[in-house]
Design a protein around this ligand. Structure first.
Ligand SMILES: C[S@@+](CC[C@H](N)C(=O)[O-])C[C@H]1O[C@@H](n2cnc3c(N)ncnc32)[C@H](O)[C@@H]1O
Length: 240
């Protein structure tokens, strides 16, 4: 696969700078994601139940902070490091998280590939709807290795994302389901808008690929929480 026609990181940042409100609804999550409220619930519940204590959290591609806020409904205070390309998103996330959490908040306006973050220090890492921006195998493996390095012993990582499939026929079946979902939520225009930016910006991988990669980079227990059409929620725990 070639990635030359895909948006640059700078182009992705610019689009997200203009789209803060769509990512600021904790009740619905983002409507372009199938089962958005359920997957937010599942990854944060899984983090809460597998990882004790949760003192430090990293939210990769935090957007307006929805997933961190969801976790803070279960455990608080937590020191939160927020990484995102988009400054308006980080500002919105900081405002919303500060209102409910007395833990320290640090903000990194950065690409996760290059963000300078402390090793083995996060009890929980969340990465929701962001890793599909990674490109070739090397990019994916480098970032998954980084996530492993950043996770504290006994800590965990939880991911929700748009996913591809190993078989083209299975992918086409799932993509049809996603098309129907988008039509039911926002009609033809919404469906075309979402398919347009996926085509320009995204290079997702199958959930099976990502589960294998989590194990390959060192995580010891890897679990699938949910999958529906082209969306999955999953995670892994680093041994003590
Ligand atoms: C689809 S939004 C999801 C936001 C949030 N996680 C949520 O679920 O509501 C993806 C976010 O990831 C950020 N992002 C995209 N690529 C990134 C990268 N390489 N490093 C850090 N953040 C990135 C975007 O700026 C955007 O805010």
């Amino acid at each position: 696969m070639t990635y030359v026609s895909k948006s640059s990181t700078e182009e992705i940042r610019k689009r997200f700078d203009q789209d803060v409100e769509r990512f600021s609804n904790l009740e619905t999550g983002q409507t372009a994601t199938v089962d958005a409220p359920l997957v937010m619930e599942l990854i944060t519940q899984a983090a809460f139940k597998t990882t004790v204590p949760i003192r430090r959290l990293l939210d990769i591609g935090c957007g307006a902070g929805n997933n961190t806020l969801k976790l803070l409904e279960l455990v608080s205070p937590v020191d939160c490091d927020l990484v995102d390309l988009s400054l308006p998103k980080l500002e919105k996330a900081t405002e919303r998280i500060t209102a409910v959490n007395s833990g320290k908040i640090r903000v990194f306006q950065s690409d996760i590939r290059t963000a300078d973050l402390p090793g083995q220090s996060y009890d929980v890492i969340l990465a929701a709807a962001v890793l599909h921006h990674l490109r070739d195998d090397n990019d994916w493996e480098t970032v998954f290795r980084k996530i492993y390095r950043l996770t504290a012993p006994g800590g965990s990582v939880w991911i929700t994302d748009l996913v591809w499939h190993e078989s083209e026929s299975v992918h086409s079946l799932m993509w049809d389901q996603y098309r129907e979902y988008l039509l039911s939520v926002g009609g033809k225009e919404f469906k075309e808008q979402v398919f347009g930016y996926i085509d320009r910006e995204d290079s997702p991988r199958p959930v099976t690929y990502q589960l294998d990669l989590l194990r390959k980079v060192g995580f010891s227990r890897v679990d699938l929480l949910h999958k529906n059409s082209c969306f999955a929620a999953f995670g892994a725990i680093r041994s003590d």
